[in-house]
Design a protein around this ligand. Structure first.
Ligand code: NCD
Length: 307
């Protein structure tokens, strides 16, 4: 039921995802107990792109499951070191590494390595291709709020072009029947990118009144070779959640963001303060980050042979 490697969220069947959700809920309830499904296992974390939430939560997940973390994360992510990385991982596997959790800017890079290093590989984000555990923790966070995925409309707003999170949700949200609409300025939303079954629009304000979840995506300036947006202020005015847009939101609508949030671009400081003061239960950013630990515990446990 569980694949050896996790590169793409669609490597997981809906029933495998269900099992991850329930295992994550189990771990969340036992957050103060000493656990040992990874006892004696050595997990390599190899992150070649910046990461706070994902790396730290994978590290905490391994530790809470009783495993050991080996960090192998060079600060120089240059491609031509690929040969070295392959050899290093081979050596680490020979020394007893049991799995690799990785992040890299080039999709497919670790997939190639996985063909010569015979231990499981789990993605913590690949370029603008996939971020499977982010999609899983988002599903978990919504489920935990009592949301019935098959009954909701989600809009993802922002840098769709460069978002690995969006690409994972093309499958994840759709697999559970959520309606998904992508919203962005034309330059960040090429028509060819939108898969069957997913809608798109350039007009945020038209969609806000009917959206149950507003999922904000960071403008990935580091991936946009040249600045694609003439002005971030203009982007914020047209696509940011600010105090003027709050009245347009559907009653009870939830706000999500994978982090890190650019305050003042995807959402204004005033809007964050408004929600934290009046509707803290509707702004899920911190909850998503926290749930990352439990969902990653579930993924490691189930993929690495837990019972
Ligand atoms: C996302 C990522 O790295 O893809 N963040 C995360 O994993 N928490 C989104 C982003 O960087 O914008």
């Amino acid at each position: 039921m569980f694949p050896k490697n996790l590169f793409n969220i669609s490597d997981l069947s809906p029933s495998a995802i269900e099992e991850i959700m329930s295992r994550a809920a189990f771990y969340k309830k036992r957050k103060n107990e000493a656990l040992s499904p990874l006892k004696g296992k050595n997990i390599v974390l190899s992150f070649w792109e910046p990461s706070t939430r994902t790396r730290v939560s994978f590290e905490m997940a391994v530790q809470r499951l009783g495993g050991r973390v080996i960090n192998y994360s060079p600060d120089n992510s240059s491609e031509n070191k690929g040969e070295n990385l392959k050899d290093t991982l081979k050596t680490l596997a020979a020394l007893g590494a049991d799995a690799v959790v990785f992040r890299h800017r080039s999709p497919g890079f670790f997939n190639l390595i996985s063909q010569v290093v015979d231990i499981p590989f789990i993605s913590g984000g690949e370029g603008c291709y996939q971020h499977p555990t982010q999609a899983l923790l988002d599903l978990f966070t919504l489920r935990e709020r009592g949301v019935k995925l098959s009954e909701i409309k989600v809009i993802m707003v922002g840098d769709i072009l460069y978002s690995r999170v969006a690409r994972s949700h093309f499958y994840a949200l759709s697999a559970f029947g959520a309606g998904l609409t992508l919203v962005a300025p034309p330059v960040l939303l090429p028509a060819g990118l939108v898969p069957d079954g997913v809608s798109w629009s350039y007009a945020l304000d038209d969609l806000l009144p009917e959206s149950d979840v507003v999922y904000l995506l960071r403008v990935q300036r580091e991936r946009q070779g040249k600045a694609l947006l003439p002005s971030l202020a203009e982007y914020a005015a047209l696509y940011g959640i600010n105090e003027k847009r709050i009245p347009l939101l559907k009653k009870g609508a939830l706000l999500m963001h994978p982090g890190p949030v650019n305050i003042g671009i995807e959402i204004s400081r005033g809007a964050v303060d408004f929600f934290q003061r009046n509707y803290p239960e509707r702004i899920l950013f911190q909850e998503q980050a926290l749930n990352g630990v439990f969902v990653r515990m579930a993924v490691l446990d189930l993929l690495l042979g837990g019972k």
